[in-house]
Design a protein around this ligand. Structure first.
Ligand SMILES: Nc1ncnc2c1ncn2[C@@H]1O[C@H](COP(=O)(O)OP(=O)(O)O)[C@@H](O)[C@H]1O
Ligand SMILES: [Mg+2]
Length: 358
């Protein structure tokens, strides 16, 4: 059996439904055979239902592609995740991260390309794949009135796990994640988002997945909760779990990931280990300036210094030019500025001309 997760030339497009809720209701009511979606577990996001521009004909049930706006969510993406790795998929909102995760999780079918999870093809052997994986999405749902214990026991039963052994395992997992006895048995709705996210991960661990798919595991969490999740992910790696996570937090990727891919508009822009990408693409340091005069920019251009402008900031990348920052500071003494270490954020800026910060 292969010891890797292989994603090869994956292509996935969505025909965005442009019908309003009202039209969809009518269409269902008049017995049209068109189901209005592709029959997969992932129905069009609710945002799409608000999109009523250019609504397609009510009774049209032939080829409606002309009236649909096609969105290529994943555009010929390839990468390999080795067993035991933490692999990061980084990119902005709408980049295609969740779609990619759903494809690997057998929740969506690719239009082209193939994915194998430790040797099993997601399209031909979905059941085998499902036994090896679990997924935690950013919108993980619970019975809010029930406790973490009750939610996990319920989840366990869905997987056919039962009995005292499971109960012991639930306590063990939740305790390891830092939940005390009291919060294990209190309603979920009384817990912080960070704790709830931990419970979501705990639930995914019940089945001992060999591949854990974490879709934006720390989005919306405060820094403390984020660090707790990071510790947990590192722990899982030590236990040999392979982890594929998506994030738009560059620091998260730098902290956790052995390797990352940048994805934007469904396409992979670059792949590599975080530190290596930063060193190779950006260098060691960045001088970040704000409220700067045009001369600062011109100075960098004349000197042949790599620089970017985005969000009202000027980013100077000295690279090999070791005296650049000292010369800049001598020339623009009162310039508001910050000299800092280069990060993955700078790599993204270089690749796209955009910053990705919150
Ligand atoms: N079920 C769907 N139906 C239609 N369009 C979708 C669906 N899921 C995702 N998309 C579109 O595909 C693109 C990628 O979305 P997604 O994979 O959710 O990105 P990310 O997770 O990086 O924010 C977006 O343009 C999004 O609107
Ligand atoms: Mg997403």
């Amino acid at each position: 059996m292969s010891n890797a997760v292989v994603v090869e030339n994956i292509y996935k497009k969505f025909g965005r439904s442009q019908a309003s809720l009202w039209e969809q209701f009518l269409r269902r009511g008049n017995g049209s055979s068109h189901p209005g979606n592709n029959g997969h577990a992932d129905l069009p996001a609710s945002a799409d239902l608000n999109d009523v521009k250019g609504a397609r004909p009510l009774n049209g049930n032939g080829s409606q592609d002309g009236h649909k706006r096609l969105v290529v969510a994943v555009d010929r993406v390839s990468f390999t995740v080795q067993k035991g790795e933490i692999f990061g998929v980084l990119g902005p909102n709408g980049g295609g991260k969740s779609t990619l995760i759903r494809l690997i999780a057998t929740l969506l079918l690719p239009d082209d390309g193939f994915i194998t999870v430790f040797g099993y093809d997601v399209v031909r052997h979905p059941l085998q794949v499902q036994r090896l994986i679990n997924r935690v999405s950013v919108e993980a749902s619970f019975f809010k009135k029930l406790s973490p214990m009750e939610n996990l026991l319920y989840g366990a039963r869905l997987y056919g796990l039962e009995g005292g052994q499971t109960r012991r395992q639930v306590v063990e997992i939740l305790t390891r994640l830092g939940l005390d006895r009291r919060s294990i048995n209190n309603p979920m709705e009384e817990m912080s988002r960070g704790m709830q996210q931990k419970v979501a991960i705990a639930r995914a661990l019940l089945t001992h997945p060999r591949l854990l798919l974490l879709d934006e595991p720390t989005t919306g969490l405060d820094p403390q909760a984020r660090h707790a999740i990071w510790d947990l992910v590192r722990d899982l790696k030590k236990q040999g779990v392979t982890i594929l996570l998506t994030t738009h937090y560059m620091e998260e990727a730098a902290q956790l990931c052995d390797r990352v891919v940048f994805i934007d508009d469904g396409r992979i822009l670059m792949e590599g280990p975080p530190a290596e990408l930063v060193a190779r693409e950006v260098g060691r340091e960045v001088m970040e300036c704000w409220n700067y005069p045009p001369e600062a920019h011109d100075w960098a251009t004349r000197r042949g210094l790599r620089h970017e402008e985005s969000g009202g900031r000027l980013f100077l990348y000295p690279g090999e030019d070791e005296s650049a920052t000292a010369d800049f500071e001598a020339r623009f003494q009162h310039q508001e500025r910050l000299l800092r270490s280069a990060t993955l954020e700078d790599v993204f800026l270089k690749l796209t001309g955009r910053v990705l910060r919150d």
